[in-house]
Structure formats: C-alpha cells, structure tokens
Design a protein around this ligand. Sequence first.
Ligand SMILES: [Fe+2]
Length: 132
Amino acid sequence: MKIINWSAEYSVGVAQLDQQHQKIIDLINELADCLCTDEEMATASRVLNEMHNYIIDHFGLEERMLSSAKYPQLAEHKEGHNRFIKKFSHLCAEVDSDRSEAVPHLLAYLNDWWDGHILHEDMKYSPLLAKK
Ligand SMILES: [Fe+2]
C-alpha cells in the first residue's frame, strides 16, 4: 500500500537530497505493508531499523549542506531533526512492545511528518541550496 507518492512538488531542487527523500518515502510505504502477520512484523522491524539509520545519515548530509551554505535557520532546522529522531525512536520502541496498535500510530506520525517537515521546513532551504 502506497501511503505517500513522490511528486514534483516535493523536490527541494537538489538531486541527492531528492533521491534520499524518495528512498524515505519507499521505506514508509514498505512499512505500510506490514500491519498484521508475525512475518510482516519481522519485516516491519527490519524496515524501521533501516529507516532509523537512513534518516540519521540523511539528516547529517542535509545539515552539512546547510551549514556550508550558511543557512540562517540551521539551528532551528536541526532542532526539528532532533525532535523527529526522539519521537520516532519512542514510537519504534512502542512497536516493539505493543505491535497491533503501534504501527498505524507510527505510520500516521510519519505521514504528518512528511507533509510538515518536507513540504514546509525543507522547502524553506530549497531556494538557497537549489541555486548552487
Ligand atoms: Fe530536513
């Protein structure tokens, strides 16, 4: 089940960051397929692990690019990343303990985060990074 479809409106104008954002969408969609059986839950744990590592690397790259471009709202942007990692780790721990309720809860959070962070926060840096 695809809960998010990549579209041109998501592009921040930097190919490498767009590719990573697309990979994050793929992982969210893959997670959305894992809702019921034990086998699916094993996949969900693997996807969450991969997503956690991937997103941390992605945030690191984004922050390095923003820092070298002297992005004025870098501190605020980093805070948003840190808040996400905290909340995401908390929801992943819930998935490990209470599987039935936690995956839909986590998916709803990821879906909101996608729109809020990518469409609003990441778009703010797009004019600065895209012109490089
Ligand atoms: Fe970001």
